[in-house]
Design a protein around this ligand. Structure first.
Ligand code: FMN
Length: 253
C-alpha cells in the first residue's frame, strides 16, 4: 500500500509554517519592560496552556508554573538577582551579567518549577552503582530538556501575543532556590529553576545575532569543518559573547 501523505498541497502547510516562523523570528529578549502594563489573566492561561502541550521524557510532564503578580514579590525576586549579579562581579566571574532590576517591573512573571523526583520515571537502575550514576546523569538531562521544551512553548506563546520575553536561569543554584522557596511556598521536593518575564518592552527589542543555517546543520554525517576548535570558542567568549548578548545583530562594533 502506498503511504498516504497527511500533508496534501492544499493543507496550507507553507502558510502555516510562515505564520509559525513569524512568531519564532519575532521572539526576542527584553530586560526592561513597560511597568504600567497589566497582563490580562487569560494571557497567563494562554501561555501556560501552550506549555502544557509540550513533549517530555516518558510523558512525565515534570513542571509547574507559578504566576507572580504581587509587585512586592517581584521586587524581592529582582533584589535577589541583583545581589547575585554583584556577587558574580565580586567573585571575578567574567560573565557579562545583565541588570536584573527590570524584573521588578516585568508585567508578566512566571516561575518555572521542576519536579526532579520524576528522574525515577526514566531509565535508571536505582542501586547507587557507577552504572546507575551514568543513567542518573542522563535521566537528569532528560528532565531538564523536558522542562526546557515546555518553557520554550510558553515563550513562543508569549511572543505570539506580541510580548517581549526574558528567560532567566540565574535562579539555578541551590542557594537561590532555598531563598525563593518560602516566598512562593514551593514544597521542598520541587525546584524553582527558571523565571519567565514578559510584557511590552520599554524599548523595541533588537534581533540578536544568530548563527547561519549552514553553520549549525550537517547532512548524513557531522561536517567536521563546522566543528569549532577550543581556541575559537575561547576567542568567542572573550571577544564576541558580550556583544551578541547585548547588541543589535546589525552592529559590528
Ligand atoms: C536556557 C537559557 C538560559 C538563559 N538564562 C538567562 C539568564 O539567567 N539571564 C538573562 O538575562 N538571560 C538569560 N537568557 C536569555 C539569553 O541571554 C538570550 O536568549 C540570548 O542572549 C539570545 O537573545 P534572544 O533571546 O533575543 O534571541 C537565557 C536563555 C536561555 C535559553
Amino acid at each position: 500500500m502506498n503511504a498516504v501523505s497527511v500533508l496534501p498541497e492544499s493543507s496550507g502547510q507553507a502558510e502555516r509554517y510562515e505564520r509559525y516562523m513569524e512568531v519564532v523570528r519575532a521572539r526576542a529578549t527584553s530586560r526592561e519592560f513597560d511597568g504600567g502594563y497589566v497582563v490580562p489573566r487569560e494571557h497567563y492561561e494562554m501561555i501556560v496552556e501552550a506549555a502544557r502541550h509540550a513533549p517530555s521524557g516518558a510523558d512525565a510532564q515534570p513542571w509547574h508554573y507559578i504566576v507572580v503578580t504581587d509587585p512586592a514579590h517581584k521586587e524581592l525576586l529582582a533584589g535577589h538577582f541583583v545581589r547575585e549579579r554583584y556577587r558574580r562581579i565580586e567573585l571575578g566571574m567574567k560573565f557579562p551579567s545583565p541588570n536584573y532590576r527590570g524584573m521588578a517591573t516585568a508585567p508578566g512573571l512566571i516561575v518555572v518549577v521542576a519536579d526532579f523526583r520524576y528522574i525515577k520515571a526514566f531509565p535508571v537502575l536505582g542501586d547507587g552503582s557507577d552504572l546507575d550514576q551514568m543513567y542518573q546523569q542522563n535521566a537528569e538531562r532528560i528532565l531538564l530538556q523536558s522542562v526546557a521544551a515546555s518553557t520554550m512553548a510558553a515563550h513562543l506563546a508569549a511572543a505570539a501575543l506580541g510580548y517581549a520575553v526574558w528567560w532567566v536561569t540565574a535562579i539555578g543554584q541551590q542557594e537561590a532556590q532555598q531563598a525563593l522557596r518560602p516566598l512562593l511556598d514551593v514544597p521542598e521536593e520541587l525546584s524553582p529553576i527558571d523565571i519567565m518575564c514578559f510584557g511590552p518592552p520599554r524599548r523595541h527589542p533588537y534581533k540578536r545575532w544568530k548563527k547561519q543555517l549552514d553553520e549549525i546543520m550537517s547532512w548524513e554525517r557531522y561536517d567536521r569543518a563546522k566543528c569549532p576548535t577550543d581556541a575559537q570558542i575561547d576567542e568567542w567568549i572573550e571577544h564576541d559573547r558580550a556583544r551578541v548578548m547585548y547588541r543589535d545583530e546589525s552592529r559590528t562594533d
